[in-house]
Design a protein around this ligand. Sequence first.
Ligand code: TPP
Ligand code: MG
Length: 308
Amino acid sequence: MATCAKLDIYEQMYLIRAFEERIAELFTRGELFGTTHPCIGQEATAVGVVTALEPTDVVTSTHRGHGHFLAWTGDVKGLMAEIMGRATGVCAGRGGSQHLYAENFYTNGITGGMGAVGTGMALAEKQQESGNIVCSFIGDGALAQGILHEAMNMASLWNAPILYALENNLYAMSTHVRDTLAGGIVPRADALGIESATVESEDVFEIIEASEKAVEYVRENCRPYLLELRTYRFCGHSINDERAYRTREEEDEWRKRDPLALLAGALDGADRREIEGRCQARIERAIAAARKAPVQDLGDIGKGLWKS
Ligand SMILES: Cc1ncc(C[n+]2csc(CCOP(=O)(O)OP(=O)(O)O)c2C)c(N)n1
Ligand SMILES: [Mg+2]
């Protein structure tokens, strides 16, 4: 892998980590509206999968979507302002952390819901013969949602060009996947006639390679694909979660396999510090701009809503 590619990938991953850590601080200081679900520890899956996509493809995300959003857009200012409830946010401060929009990027907080929406979008791309595909990020918890299975069934029957990028971080809120998932993930795809693969690696470049293969398969064959990515969130489910359902020892074991630290260790120290300083400065500028920006205008709350 060329050094410049490594630096670029590190910058994207570090930006997400630093952003999420700063969000946690701002939340604790009462500067944010609502709750938020950081993706600390999952930066490699966000950056790895998005790297394999084309800008004209479509991404759907989840309640834990900041990393996906930043990997897709790099729009620190717009995201920060959105989470801080400012009129300058990407959804004018009304969506907040879980309802983000950018060009070809959509989220909401309904577990598994965007997997179904993404399937419909993939069918639309196919009907328009655009050559674009949809990538729907989903969590392991989404596998307990009927709508996802219905959507995947349709995707297989109707040849929808969709990549289901399943971030299996072992937990859905406080429940371990062993308590929510009977059987296996890959056999579920097999039963629907959907190609699949599992990546169990903290090396972002292995995630990129597997994602590129999956994306190529979806685009070339106009077929769905399920890519299971084993990962771990170092933080709680949301900011107020004290993580009573798992041990600090378990977390320490995963910390030893932190994808960001692994990549940092492969870089020149001066390069790394330059990148980190640049990312931190971008985040601080975004916070300063958001603090100065007006809070969302509740006077025209109906604006932008779909009315019949
Ligand atoms: C339909 C629905 N049911 C329940 C919830 C509450 N809920 C929010 S996040 C979450 C867990 C999701 O777990 P997973 O899909 O593994 O994603 P992760 O939080 O691990 O990223 C649940 C059950 C919801 N948002 N939507
Ligand atoms: Mg999960």
